[in-house]
Write a protein of this length. Sequence first.
Length: 324
Amino acid sequence: MMDDVERLELLLMMHWDIRPTRIQALSTGHTNKTYRVDYGSRAAVLRVSWPGKPAEQVRREASMLDRLGSSPQLPTLPRFQSTVNAQPCAQVDDGSWLHLFEHIEGTPGLPADAEPAIVDAMYTLARLHAAMATMSASVSDPLAWLNERYARVSARPAPPLPAILLEHYDLLLRRIGMHFAAAAAWIRGPASWLHGDYHAGNLLFANGTVTGVLDFDDVGQGAHWLEAAFALFALSRDATHDDRFTFDVRLWDAGLRAYAAIQPDDASDMMHLKRDALVDLFCADQSLIHLEAAQRGLWMPGPGMGFLACWRQLLASPPPIPVL
């Protein structure tokens, strides 16, 4: 029986005519697996999706990267290496999609000196949003990408979870729905294209600056400033505590100033005024991301990943006042 490396070697030969000299598993999120592939004097990154990933999601990512690739204001973005059949990707028998990307220099995750890296990450997000704003959106709802994820998770059965979490699963989903319904009264648009998962693990850094933005696998549509707020929480969070969501306010403020310097908008004032409500929206989104991965059988909750902190934050926070 072939092991994983032998199978990947065969797939690389079949679809890209590449005979690798080394395949190294990389740190990944909950949905895709990625590997560094060395061959000759070159390197690439192979991404293997979860089985059954929708073809429309694959096409959306490819279209976004194609349109953003010509922007001179952005750091390096993923570039597909075409298959032997001149396709941007390949699909295998279990429904997984394979993408081979050109290697981008840099290290994922925030460096030890976090503040300048967060500032540069938010400069980068502002430029990314500016480039995405030139593309026509197909929705008007500034909460579209959140509501779509909530609908997907709510429509499926609860995933396998520890009994202590399953006990509150229905309550958590109701609470998330209440937060989204209440936010619809004060979140304003316009809706534009978004990265959808902007955090340090999807950024490459060198000398404190962003060298690459990865994983456009979950692009969606909604309010740019709302994604900026979520990015600030993701970049300034303290994931070592599981009892409740915590973040560094000073780093959050520094990142917001950087974003507003390039994308000036009076929404930055609202982001300060509504920060507590934004924390709950961020925790709702994080909970849904993890629950959707668990529903697909790709992940089980555990300590130290931020999921439990967001779950507990939502249950401990006062429920939002219903909008009449």
